[in-house]
Write a protein that binds this ligand. Sequence first.
Ligand code: IPE
Ligand code: IPE
Ligand code: MG
Length: 240
Amino acid sequence: MEENIRIPSHVSIIMDGNGRWAQKRGLHRSAGHVEGVESVRACIEAAVETGVKYLSLYAFSEENWNRPESEVSDLMNLMAKSMLNELSAMLGNGIRFIVLGHRSRLDAELNARIDECMERTKDNDRLTLVVFLSYSGKWDILQAAKRFAVELADHPERREELLSCGPEIFDGYLVTKDIPDPDLIIRTSGEMRMSNYLLWQGAYSELLFTDVLWPDFRKDEFRKAVEAYSKRDRRYGKVK
Ligand code: IPE
Ligand code: IPE
Ligand code: MG
């Protein structure tokens, strides 16, 4: 990798193309998901090595609940298993693990495991790994708006203050409140859409689309993406 490049603080990935990777090899779609876990491992390592502080991964969308039941349960089982397998590595490598999304839709056992991993890694600070599970951008904005409305109703004395709030205050109602907005959002597999991902938080993210399927997206691809990011000119609407 080139030296003196600008490293994004938060890299986010829409991990897509597992099914096509498997189908190309005459395998069941779930084989693609299993192989995709290796790419997750590789990107975590690459993120630590390049100095990225936040790596977030879109692992399962609210819309993905509409997939066949067997695929949903394969994915949930893989999630639970990978979390258990990776816990000691996360502890050893200083990784703080966070899951964000519509957690009440997940089963109790998986939720308990997530809570345990989050609790045991909460003091780590080398890399924060955020897994978006049962997440969608619209769901997040809506749950934030509902909580805001409840606060407004419960505190009439704060009406003026709450109604004059700007986006920085509203940020605090989103599930990502403690996570900086992504600098770079990568989507694999050639699709060029957001699929209801970080709609609010991605307002000024740099976007990078690659044809590489997620199970083939390893360290080199991650480094190439960071290099490409460092050449982007982020203007935020201003004139330079
Ligand atoms: C991404 O791969 C994994 C999830 C969305 C859970 P896909 O399963 O969407 O793979 P393709 O897009 O069908 O190839
Ligand atoms: C987006 O991928 C969701 C995740 C990667 C978790 P999908 O494969 O579900 O998205 P669409 O259906 O192609 O938009
Ligand atoms: Mg897909």
